[in-house]
Design a protein around this ligand. Structure first.
Ligand SMILES: NC(=O)c1ccc[n+]([C@@H]2O[C@H](COP(=O)([O-])OP(=O)(O)OC[C@H]3O[C@@H](n4cnc5c(N)ncnc54)[C@H](O)[C@@H]3O)[C@@H](O)[C@H]2O)c1
Ligand SMILES: *[C@@H]1O[C@H](CO)[C@@H](O)[C@H](O)[C@H]1NC(C)=O
Length: 288
């Protein structure tokens, strides 16, 4: 039989299978996986969403490793986790510094005597200025935190996950990684989406089915990160900023069923279908 044709047929069958499976999943939610006993590393754990992720993973019985550039904020997160009866280990790490990442990855391994099995790449920054007003250093910082750091952390922890064929890599991107609004941030989140998708494909083709991936694309969340950003009035009527807790709970639901992609809230799935990338007037009337 003609090989390319055969492949094409298998691909079409796959597509049909995934469409059917996902339709069924809308009605019958699949069972969530237990994550007690997992060691979860969260970057940017001193901030709004990172802290809530630490608490959610703790609720589900996981042990958390907290990485943040700000030791004070990170300790506060650890304190909250411990008050819940959870186990937290803090490290002050600048995820843009690859030597720092590799060194601390080794340190975690030595300190805890076990491998990180889930990685939540959550640290993120935004400059939120118009293209020509944005200082070069801030543009560079955004690319380094939101994009480059993904390479360093995945390089540090993926080998252990592959060796066990067990693990989960979660990328907190943004709905702004699917269509655009703020120059530095969008470019970096588009990059994060591209990074995540190629990682997922690589794992699939190499048949490491035990290493899962989830791409999380939230709409604007009320954490203060986008303080200066005014949402267009028409849009805000339909889509007010998300409650951080709601955002993290929705993300957790997706992670626990190994869902490959989650957009929060659901309404934004529609936007991703309807809006072409040329539709630039989408979200904000002003930034910063
Ligand atoms: N807030 C939103 O509207 C929104 C929407 C969609 C996606 N996101 C994404 O969610 C993630 C979390 O956002 P948030 O709202 O909690 O932000 P936040 O500013 O509250 O927290 C970010 C945390 O990352 C840490 N951090 C920054 N640079 C770092 C570095 N170089 N190394 C280590 N840690 C560093 C900060 O210290 C801070 O604790 C980000 O990736 C963000 O882009 C946020
Ligand atoms: C950590 O964050 C707090 C609160 O935002 C801030 O006051 C402090 O200066 C920060 N520390 C460092 C080392 O950046």
């Amino acid at each position: 039989l003609n090989k390319p044709l055969w492949r094409l047929r298998m691909m079409l069958l796959d597509v049909i299978y995934f469409i059917l499976r996902n339709s069924v999943r809308v009605v019958m939610r699949p069972r969530t996986k237990p994550i007690d006993g997992e060691l979860v590393l969260i970057t940017g754990s001193g901030g709004g969403l990172g802290r809530l992720f630490a608490q959610e993973f703790t609720k589900h019985g996981a042990e958390v490793v907290l990485w943040d550039i700000n030791g004070t904020l990170n300790e506060q997160t650890a304190k909250l986790v411990r008050e819940m009866g959870g186990k937290a280990h803090t490290y002050t790490v600048d995820v843009t510094n690859r030597e720092d990442v590799y060194r601390n990855a080794e340190l975690v391994r030595k300190d805890l005597g076990r491998d990180v099995t889930m990685l939540v790449n959550n640290a993120g920054v935004v400059a939120g200025e118009r293209m020509l007003d944005c200082p070069d250093e801030l543009i560079e910082r955004t690319m380094k935190v939101n994009c480059h750091a993904l390479f360093w952390t995945v390089k540090a922890f993926l080998p252990q996950m592959k060796a066990q064929n067990h693990g989960h890599i979660i990328t907190i991107a943004s709905i702004l990684g699917l269509f655009s609004t703020a120059c530095d941030y969008c470019a970096s989140k588009f990059a994060a989406v591209g990074f995540h998708e190629s990682l997922a494909h690589e794992l699939l083709t190499e048949e490491f089915e035990g290493v899962k991936t989830t791409l999380v694309c939230p709409y604007i969340v009320d954490t203060g990160m986008f303080e200066g950003c005014k949402i267009r009035e028409e849009v805000e009527l339909l889509l007010p900023p998300l409650e951080p807790q709601y955002c993290v709970e929705q993300a957790m639901n997706a992670i626990l069923i190994d869902q490959p992609l989650v957009c929060i809230p659901r309404l934004t799935y529609l936007y991703t279908f309807i809006l072409t990338r040329d539709y630039t007037v989408f979200l904000c009337t002003s930034i910063a």
